[in-house]
Design a protein around this ligand. Structure first.
Ligand code: PGA
Length: 241
């Protein structure tokens, strides 16, 4: 695996490292388009970015965001909406208006078309400058479930039983939606820079596979091996170190 590795102590250190890289990117390109994951792992990073914004060390006034994935079959105001999660954690606290956000229109009757429209918006916006991603226990990026290879397009997908089980932790008693739209592997891999954030001993097995695997559609994140500027920022527990 040629993925660059940055090993840090814990999830707080991941947040500091990743937020510094994002802030640096914005410093050199204030209107960068950032593909932003939800999930537990990037939340500390977003909180740190908000802190840097408050102290004036980071300027988000021209930052653009694209959402990574979204559930289908829920209303826009559903508390399980991944866009809602991103809004609460990042957009709203940084004052990023929705006019600077590329999101999936999951209420449109034709989800396939929504996926196409999303890709077209990203292309018109100049492509993704920086992707901030988490890693699924099954090796997914976004909702590119195994098997997904480097060419997988932005698309509608049925979530795997593994993902349904992991995502259940986010929503308490509410059922996890079973279908989603995800930015495709091809779009993720076209990002100019990729940060993959991984924390915790429960991820050690998949991180071990990732570090020792050649590109394998059964482990979608392994496609990052061919990316020229992808960095895995992982804590000791995730690296079993
Ligand atoms: P997590 O999710 O950050 O909540 O572990 C990562 C993922 O499933 O993509």
């Amino acid at each position: 695996m040629t993925l660059e590795l940055v090993q840090v102590e814990d999830v707080d250190a991941i947040a500091r490292e990743a937020a510094d890289i994002i802030a640096d990117t914005m410093g050199s390109q204030p209107d960068a388009l950032v593909l932003a994951a939800t999930g537990d792992t990037p939340m500390g990073t977003y909180a740190e970015l908000v802190r840097l914004g408050t102290t004036g060390e980071f300027d988000s006034s021209r930052m653009r965001i694209a959402q990574l994935d979204e559930y289908l079959g829920i209303r826009l105001d559903d508390p399980r909406s991944l866009f809602g999660w991103l809004d609460r954690a990042l957009l709203e606290p940084l004052g990023i208006g929705h006019d600077r956000v590329i999101r999936f229109d999951v209420q449109a009757p034709d989800a396939v078309r929504s996926a196409r429209d999303y890709d077209a918006c990203i292309q018109r916006g100049g492509g993704i400058d920086l992707a901030v991603l988490g890693l699924g226990l099954n090796g997914h990026l976004g909702f590119n479930e195994p098997p997904s290879d480097a060419r997988s397009p932005t698309r509608v997908i049925d979530l795997s039983p593994d993902t349904l089980a992991s995502n259940a932790a986010y929503w308490g008693d509410r059922p996890v939606p079973t279908r989603a739209i995800t930015a495709g592997m091809a779009l993720i891999l076209a990002a100019r820079r990729v940060l993959l954030l991984v924390s915790g001993g429960h991820k050690a097995e998949v991180v071990g596979r990732l570090r020792h695997s050649a590109p394998d559609p059964q482990l979608p994140a392994s496609a990052l091996d061919a990316h020229p500027r992808a960095t895995l920022i992982a804590d000791r527990a995730a690296l079993n170190a």
